[in-house]
Design a protein around this ligand. Structure first.
Ligand SMILES: NC(=O)C1=CN([C@@H]2O[C@H](COP(=O)(O)OP(=O)(O)OC[C@H]3O[C@@H](n4cnc5c(N)ncnc54)[C@H](O)[C@@H]3O)[C@@H](O)[C@H]2O)C=CC1
Ligand SMILES: O=C(CO)COP(=O)(O)O
Length: 332
C-alpha cells in the first residue's frame, strides 16, 4: 500500500525510518530543522550528519518547510526528542489533515506532566488516541539503515490502523507486529533507556555478565510493575517492545543511552557526558519523569531511582550500586 508520509525530525531514527517507509514503497518527505541537511538529502540522497553511509531511496526527499511537507500527508511520523515534542507539535498541529495517522517513534516520558508521548500527541494535536500509532522495538537506527534483519511493534488502540501502518512499513529487513497495548509498548521503550544507563555504568565499572543480567532482569521487573499499575498487559514486557528492546539497547555499543551510562561510570559528570554527546540519550531526562510517575502510582523502581540520583544528584555510580545491593531482601 502506497502512502504519502512525512517524517518530522532528521536525526538517526527519523532518517532510518524514512528509508524503511521509502523501501516499502511510500512517497516520503523528511522535515529537517536545518536547510543544509535537507539539501544534502535532496542532492546526494544521504543525511551526512546522522547516517552518512546510508543511501536513501529515490522516493525519499527532504525540506525544512514543515507546512509543505505535512499538508496532504497520510502518515505523519514524529521523530523529535521527547522533551521538545510538545512545542514542535504545537507549531504543526493545524497542518495535519483530519484523516492522517500520527506515528510516534519517541521513547521518553515528558518531564513535569509525566505523560507518555502518545498522550502528549493526543493533547496537543487534539486527536483521539485511535489515530495515534506507536512504533517501538529493538531498532538501533544504524543497524536498520544497514538493512540488518529485525522486528518491531506497531501499537494502536484501533487494530485497523495498526494493520495499515504495519503494511506500509514492512520491508525485507524489518518485520512489524501489531499490538493493542499502547501503554506497555511506550513504557517498555522509555524505561529501557534508563536501565541501559545503569547497564553502561556497570560495564564501565568492570562488572561482568552476572551483574549485567541482574540489571536487565530486575530492570524488566520494575518496568512491568509500573506498566501494570498504569494498565499495561504484563505480557507486552516479554515481547519486542519490552525485553527485546531492553536487551538490544543494553548490549549494543551503538546505544546512546548505554554509552552515556559508560561515561558516567568512568567518572564523567553529567555536564561532561552531555558535552560529548550530540544525539539524544532519552533516559537522562526520562529517569526523572519515570521516577515521578512511579512515585505517583506508589510503584517501587529502585534502579530508576539510583540512575536519577547519579544523573541529577551527583551520586557516585559505585555508591548507587551499593545502595541497590543493600536494600532489604524480598521474594522475587
Ligand atoms: N536512534 C535510534 O536508534 C532510535 C531512536 N528512537 C527514539 O526516536 C526519537 C528520536 O531519536 P533520534 O532520531 O535517534 O535522535 P537524534 O538525536 O539522532 O535526532 C533528533 C532530531 O531532532 C532534532 N531536534 C533536536 N532538538 C529539536 C527541537 N527543539 N525541535 C525540533 N527538532 C529538534 C535534531 O536536530 C535531530 O534531527 C527518540 O525518542 C529516540 O529514543 C527510537 C528507536 C531507535
Ligand atoms: O531505542 C533504541 C533501540 O531500539 C536506540 O537506543 P539509544 O537511544 O540508546 O541509542
Amino acid at each position: 500500500m502506497t502512502e504519502r508520509a512525512v517524517v518530522l525530525g532528521a536525526g538517526s531514527w527519523g532518517t532510518a525510518f524514512a528509508k524503511v517507509l521509502g523501501d516499502a514503497g511510500n512517497q516520503v518527505t523528511i522535515w529537517s530543522r536545518r536547510p543544509e541537511v535537507a539539501d544534502a538529502i535532496n542532492e546526494r540522497h544521504v543525511n551526512p550528519d546522522y547516517l552518512p553511509q546510508t543511501r536513501l531511496p529515490d522516493q525519499v526527499d527532504a525540506t525544512s518547510d514543515a507546512a509543505s511537507a505535512i499538508r496532504g500527508a497520510d502518515l505523519v511520523v514524529l521523530a523529535v526528542p521527547s522533551q521538545t515534542l510538545r512545542s514542535n507539535l504545537a507549531e504543526w498541529r493545524d497542518l495535519i489533515g483530519p484523516a492522517a495517522t500520527l506515528i510516534s517513534l519517541m521513547k521518553g516520558i515528558e518531564l513535569g506532566t509525566t505523560r507518555r508521548m502518545s498522550e502528549v500527541i493526543c493533547e496537543v494535536a487534539g486527536v483521539e488516541q485511535d489515530r495515534v500509532v506507536v512504533v517501538s522495538g529493538p531498532n538501533l537506527a544504524p543497524e536498520i539503515a544497514q538493512e540488518q534483519p529485525a522486528a518491531t511493534v506497531v501499537a494502536c488502540s484501533d487494530p485497523g490502523r495498526a494493520t495499515l501502518v504495519q503494511k506500509s512499513m514492512t520491508t525485507r529487513y524489518l518485520r512489524p507486529y501489531t499490538n493493542d497495548d499502547v501503554i506497555g509498548c511506550e513504557l517498555g521503550g522509555a524505561v529501557k533507556n534508563v536501565i541501559a544507563l545503569a547497564y553502561g555504568m556497570a560495564a564501565a565499572l568492570g562488572f561482568g555478565d552476572n551483574t549485567r543480567a541482574t540489571l536487565v532482569t530486575r530492570g524488566l521487573a520494575e518496568t512491568a510493575r509500573l506498566g501494570v499499575a498504569l494498565g499495561a498487559d504484563p505480557l507486552t514486557f516479554a515481547g519486542l517492545a519490552g525485553l527485546g528492546d531492553l536487551v538490544a539497547t543494553c548490549a549494543s555499543p551503538l546505544s546512546r543511552n548505554r554509552s552515556f551510562g559508560e561515561r558516567l561510570g568512568r567518572g564523567e559528570t553529567l555536564e561532561q557526558a552531555q558535552a560529548a554527546t550530540r544525539q539524544t540519550a532519552e533516559g537522562v531526562k526520562s529517569c526523572l519523569s519515570i521516577r515521578d510517575l512511579a512515585r505517583k502510582h506508589e510503584v517501587e523502581m529502585p534502579i530508576t531511582e539510583q540512575v536519577e540520583r547519579v544523573c541529577h544528584e551527583g551520586v557516585d555510580p559505585q555508591a548507587a550500586l551499593v545502595a541497590l545491593m543493600s536494600r532489604e531482601t524480598k521474594p522475587e
